[in-house]
Design a protein around this ligand. Structure first.
Ligand code: ASP
Length: 332
């Protein structure tokens, strides 16, 4: 080959392989990360993220700083995360509320849970415990159901804002029982739990880790858990199936997301840091002690989470829209 042609050929090869293998993996992380918790401090979302932040920081070599951006059932903080720079330095803990039920309940929601995020991975599953204030005039789930049906107009149920997990799961319970108690909104279930302990509200549908200590200490009553099996962390609380309400079986979940457009190598690093955190002996034990379910390795990938979010949206959207339509039809 003519030397000049050989040079051009060589240059082309260099350019093409250069651009294919090209992009050197982005240097990441280059500064501390922010993990947005879209609920107040001390609640279940916050506790899960704070447990994960420390071991994730160790793997990533940069601090993971938790920022609580609460309001509107977690949709404010989730909106902030969806619009953040897609460089992996801003994450959000999304859950069954913010990433599955919110679109049906917020007509002007500023993000699409399935399109506007790069899923990182599932963090923790959380069953729901039906909790009442101490002294509530029912000692079992069956008595609670009977009392609720007879006295719904007098009762106050606490939740963490429209679209939150506590809101949606108790909505499901109310629809199944055909009751309409007063629904009292808090910014998160940490504050709702305080009022349940104080006795100023009557009951709530709470993610297990929030009230587990108070149930064990007898400061509130745990009537039933919505999982198919009892939780080893709360073995005395029967399942809804055992306690006579088999249709009310529901599980909540919490996962990490980055903004859409976050480069795949960065998503992979974050996913690895999350997965390692879940396998960290201390973190794992804390999550288990709080009654959380730790995802199996097969359910930890970003792809798994992406299809799970789509399935969850399909599951909750018609249910919540039908409920809203029937509530509108019942209005005088
Ligand atoms: N995740 C909320 C919190 O941390 C509670 C909920 O969604 O019900 O307060």
């Amino acid at each position: 080959m003519h030397p000049r042609l050989a040079f051009i050929f060589g240059l082309c090869c260099w350019l093409s392989t250069g651009s294919a293998a090209a992009q050197p993996p982005p240097a990441f992380p280059t500064r501390p990360l922010t993990a947005i918790v879209p609920f107040p401090a001390g609640g279940p979302t916050d506790v899960i993220m704070r447990l994960l932040a420390e071991p994730m920081s160790r793997t990533l070599g940069q601090r993971v700083i938790v920022e609580n951006v609460a309001g509107a059932g977690g949709t404010l903080g989730s909106t902030r995360a969806a619009k953040a720079a897609p460089d992996g330095h801003t994450l959000v803990v999304g859950n069954m509320g913010t990433h599955a039920s919110a679109p049906a309940l917020y007509p002007n929601l500023k993000y699409d849970p399935a399109r506007d995020f790069a899923p990182i991975g599932m963090a923790a599953g959380t069953a729901i415990v039906i909790e009442t204030r101490k002294g509530f005039p029912a000692r079992s789930l069956q008595e609670f159901v009977a009392y609720l049906k007879a006295n719904d107009a007098k009762l106050n149920e606490a939740h963490a804002g429209v679209g939150s997990i506590s809101y949606v799961t108790c909505l499901l319970l109310h629809t199944q029982l055909g009751v309409k108690p007063t629904r009292v909104a808090y910014r998160g279930t940490a504050a709702a739990l305080n009022d349940l302990i104080a006795g100023t509200v009557d009951y709530m549908c709470d993610q297990i880790l929030n009230g587990i200590g108070q149930v064990k200490a007898g400061k509130i009553q745990g009537l039933a858990i919505t999982s198919s099996q009892r939780s080893p962390a709360l073995p005395d609380v029967p399942t809804t199936k055992e306690a006579g309400l088999p249709a009310f079986e529901v599980s909540a979940w919490n996962a990490l997301f980055a903004p859409r457009g976050t480069p795949a190598p960065i998503v992979a690093k974050l996913n690895e840091a999350l997965s390692r955190a879940l396998d960290d002996a201390h973190t794992r034990q804390r999550l288990l002690d709080l009654g959380c379910n730790i995802p199996e390795p097969a359910a930890r990938t970003p792809e798994w989470l992406q299809s799970f979010v789509s399935a969850e949206l399909q599951r909750w959207t018609p249910l919540l829209k039908a409920d809203a339509a029937s509530a509108a039809a019942a209005r005088p």
